[in-house]
Design a protein around this ligand. Structure first.
Ligand code: PMP
Length: 284
């Protein structure tokens, strides 16, 4: 049985409780982060912490723990649960109070929950095979830059995708791809240029996105940050997605149309290798 962290305590998972009045539960008034674990170490912890603070600030949420405290809890959970490969999930809600659209008084403490999940990340079967994606309207709330737990639309369309025999969804807003259900979306043009939507409130600024674009730059691959249509993606040489747990994950089909030769492309595969190598070396 896992040991999880709830509001300052390490407890067995079946003893962990959160109030039914928690605003995360009642209003989706909570934010989260997912940090990958490789070889028992954390991948890009500073990046995830920085984004956590941006989410907290955007929602005016208070959070009393320092980054050092947070790192110590992450490490303690990885160690207690002997996780070598997987993830640490962190969620902070505005706390528990009588149900009211108005925020509770400032002295209500946030609810802080962390738990680990073991997951095969490097030897990912989907990354070897390549993902089939289908597209769906992006009907999420329009502050996708804040990493809130309001994930219902992404969850609904991902389930529809699965029912249609696909692996994931790319969402489309005003005719242009925004991102995947839980990842950023990319295409590779015939000349090798990587195209991905620029950072705005329409997408989450992926921590893996930043790291992978840096890898691309170091490889001398040019990157264009702009939106693209589904038709442009279907005609691209390659496509892929990035996320903390998926790393770089090739896309081989979009709405039934094969991308390139219908196999994971060389740019995506190379970036995946380099990203894993770099992340491994920098993990803490
Ligand atoms: N977009 C969305 C909507 C996501 O949920 C995620 C994963 N949390 C990402 C992009 C990728 O972000 P990261 O690389 O930080 O995991």
């Amino acid at each position: 049985m896992r040991t999880v962290y709830v509001n300052g305590n390490y407890v067995p998972e079946d003893e962990a409780t959160v109030s039914i009045f928690d605003r995360g539960f009642l209003f989706g008034d909570a934010i989260y982060e997912v940090t990958s674990v490789l070889d028992g170490k954390l991948i890009d912890f500073p990046g995830h912490t920085a984004r956590l603070h941006r989410s907290l600030d955007a929602l005016g949420m208070s959070f009393p723990m320092s980054d050092e405290d947070l790192l110590a809890v992450h490490r303690e959970l990885v160690s207690r649960n002997a996780v070598t490969e997987g993830l640490v999930y962190l969620q902070i809600s505005r706390g528990a109070a009588d149900r009211d659209f108005l925020f509770p008084a400032k002295d209500v403490p946030p609810t802080v929950v962390l738990f680990t999940q073991e997951k095969t990340l490097v030897e990912n079967a989907l990354a070897k095979r390549g993902q089939k994606v289908v597209t769906a309207d992006d009907l999420r709330w329009r502050r996708c830059d804040i990493k809130t737990v309001q994930l219902l639309w992404a969850s609904l369309v991902k389930n529809e995708a699965k029912a249609r025999g696909a692996d994931d969804v790319w969402m489309v807003l005003d005719g242009l791809v925004t991102e995947g259900s839980s990842n950023n979306a990319y295409i590779v043009q015939g000349d090798g240029t990587i195209v991905t939507r620029s950072i705005s409130s329409d997408i989450l600024a992926g921590i893996t996105r930043t790291a992978v674009l840096k890898c691309a730059e170091e490889l001398g691959v040019s990157v264009e940050e702009r939106a693209f249509t589904v038709a442009e993606a279907q005609a691209a040489a390659e496509a892929f997605s990035t996320s903390a747990t998926g790393f770089v994950n090739p896309v081989i089909e979009i709405d039934g149309v094969a991308i390139g030769d219908g196999k994971p492309g060389p740019v995506a595969q190379r970036l995946r290798e380099i990203y894993i190598e770099t992340s491994r070396a920098a993990a803490i």
